[in-house]
Design a protein around this ligand. Structure first.
Ligand code: NAD
Ligand code: UDP
Length: 341
C-alpha cells in the first residue's frame, strides 16, 4: 500500500525533527521543506539513523511563492501539511518586528494559498501558549480568552490563528488543527536529535543543560518575587516527543473526521516553577546547577499551565513521558552535542 505523504515545513528544527521521526514510525512518508535558517541539513541523516528512512528534503524558503508553488505542484498527492517553519526568539522579535511578521506570516499565507490551489486538505499549525498572555484564571483551557500579544513573535501566532480561521471559513474543503504548545523540553531517547539553540540560549532548559556542561558559567533565574507558590515563575514543561505524537493524532483525526478548524492545548496539566525544574534536573541526572537570582525578564508572565483534556477527548492524546525521563534525555543530548561522557 502506498504511504500517505505529509509535508513538514521547518522539519529540520527542534519539534519538526521529532515529529518527522514519529510520522515515519507511524507509516507516513515525509517531505521536509526548510531553509536551514535555524537548523542543519545533517538532521536528515539523524532521522534516517533512528527510523531507517531519510525523509525527502527541499531546501526552500516558505516565504518564496515560486519555490513553494513548485514544490506543492510536484507533491499535490500529500494528505497534509504540518507548518512549523517560523522564527521563534521573543527578544529578537522585539528588536526586528518586520523580520518576524514577514517570515512567520508570509510563510503561513504562502503555504495556505498553495494548499488551496493544489487541494491539500489538512493543516497542522504550530501555535503557542503565548497567545494566552497573562490569563486571569489558571490552568488555561482552549476557552480561556486570548490576551494581546506581549511581543511581535506572539502576535504572529495570534494573527496566524486568525488567518487560518478565515481561510478555512472561505474554503470549507480545508481542515486545520492549531496546536498551542506549552514549554517543549527534552530530546529523542536515542540522543541523536534535540534542541540546538544558536548562540546563547533564550530558553530555560537549554540554558540549564549548557550550564551543566560547563558552556555557561551559571544560570540566571529571572525573578524570585513572583506571586507564585515559591516566588519563581511557573510553566508547563512538556516532553517534545509527546508534542510530536500529537501531530500524528491531529493528522489522523482530520483524515477521519473532516472537522474544519479546531484548536488544542498541548500541556501536561502540571505547573512547575523554575526552581522546581532545576531541582528535578539535578536529581534526575545527579548533577548540580550553578545559578544566581537575577532581575525579572520583561514580558514574562508569573504562571502559565494548561488543561489538555480536549486533545485527550478528541485526539486521544495525552502527555505520557515522565519528567525524569525527559530531563535525562535533555542531559544525554547535551552530553552528546558537547562530546561529554
Ligand atoms: P526551530 O527554530 O528549531 O525550527 C523551526 C525551523 O523552521 C528551523 O529548522 C528553521 O530553519 C525553519 N524555518 C524558519 N523560517 C523558515 C522559512 N521562512 N522557510 C523555511 N524554513 C524556515 O523551532 P521549534 O522550536 O522546532 O519550533 C517549531 C514551531 O513551534 C515554530 O513555529 C515555533 O514558533 C513553535 N513553537 C515553539 C515553541 C518552543 O518552545 N520551541 C513553543 C511554542 C510554539
Ligand atoms: N528563565 C530563567 N532563566 C533563563 C531562561 C528562562 O529564569 O535563562 C525562566 C523564564 O523567566 C520563565 C521560564 O524560565 O519563567 C521559562 O522561560 P522560557 O524562555 O524557557 O519559556 P517561555 O515560557 O518564556 O516561553
Amino acid at each position: 500500500m502506498q504511504k500517505s505523504k505529509i509535508i513538514i515545513t521547518g522539519g529540520c528544527g527542534y519539534i519538526g525533527s521529532h515529529t518527522a521521526v514519529a510520522l515515519q514510525q507511524s507509516g507516513f512518508k515525509v517531505l521536509i521543506i526548510d531553509n536551514l535558517s535555524n537548523s542543519q541539513e545533517n538532521v536528515l541523516d539523524k532521522i534516517a539513523d533512528i527510523t531507517g528512512i531519510k525523509p525527502d528534503f527541499e531546501k526552500a524558503d516558505c516565504t518564496n511563492p515560486i519555490s513553494i508553488k513548485d514544490i506543492f505542484s510536484k507533491n499535490n498527492d500529500a494528505v497534509g501539511v504540518i507548518h512549523f517553519a517560523a522564527l521563534k526568539a521573543v527578544g529578537e522579535s522585539v528588536a526586528h518586528p518586520i523580520m518576524y511578521y514577514k517570515n512567520n506570516l508570509n510563510s503561513l499565507m504562502n503555504i495556505l494559498e498553495n494548499m488551496v490551489e493544489f487541494n491539500i486538505p489538512n493543516l497542522v499549525f504550530s501555535s503557542s501558549a503565548c497567545v494566552y498572555g497573562e490569563p486571569e484564571k489558571l490552568p488555561v483551557t482552549e476557552q480561556t480568552p486570548l490576551q494581546p500579544a506581549t511581543s511581535p513573535y506572539g502576535a504572529t501566532k495570534v494573527m496566524g490563528e486568525t488567518i487560518i480561521k478565515d481561510t478555512v471559513r472561505a474554503h470549507p474543503e480545508l481542515n486545520a488543527i492549531q496546536l498551542r504548545y506549552f514549554n517543549p523540553i527534552g530530546a529523542h531517547p536515542s540522543g541523536k536529535i534535540g534542541e540546538l539553540p544558536n548562540g546563547v540560549p533564550n530558553n530555560l532548559m537549554p540554558y540549564i543543560t549548557q550550564t551543566a556542561a560547563g558552556i555557561r558559567e551559571r544560570l540566571s533565574i529571572f525573578g524570585n518575587d513572583y506571586p507564585t507558590h515559591d516566588g519563581y515563575c511557573v510553566r508547563d514543561y512538556i516532553d517534545v516527543n509527546d508534542i510530536a505524537d500529537a501531530h500524528i493524532d491531529a493528522i489522523q483525526y482530520m483524515i477521519k473526521n473532516n472537522p474544519g478548524i479546531e484548536t488544542f492545548n498541548l500541556g501536561t496539566g502540571r505547573g512547575l516553577s523554575v526552581m522546581e525544574l532545576i531541582k528535578a534536573f539535578e536529581s534526575a541526572n545527579n548533577i548540580k546547577i550553578n545559578y544566581t537570582i537575577a532581575e525579572r525578564r520583561p514580558g514574562d508572565v508569573p504562571e502559565l499551565w494548561a488543561i489538555s483534556d480536549l486533545a485527550n477527548q478528541k485526539l486521544g492524546w495525552a502527555a505520557k513521558r515522565s519528567l525524569e525521563d525527559t530531563l535525562k534525555s535533555a542531559w544525554q543530548w547535551q552530553k552528546n552535542v558537547s562530546g561529554l561522557k
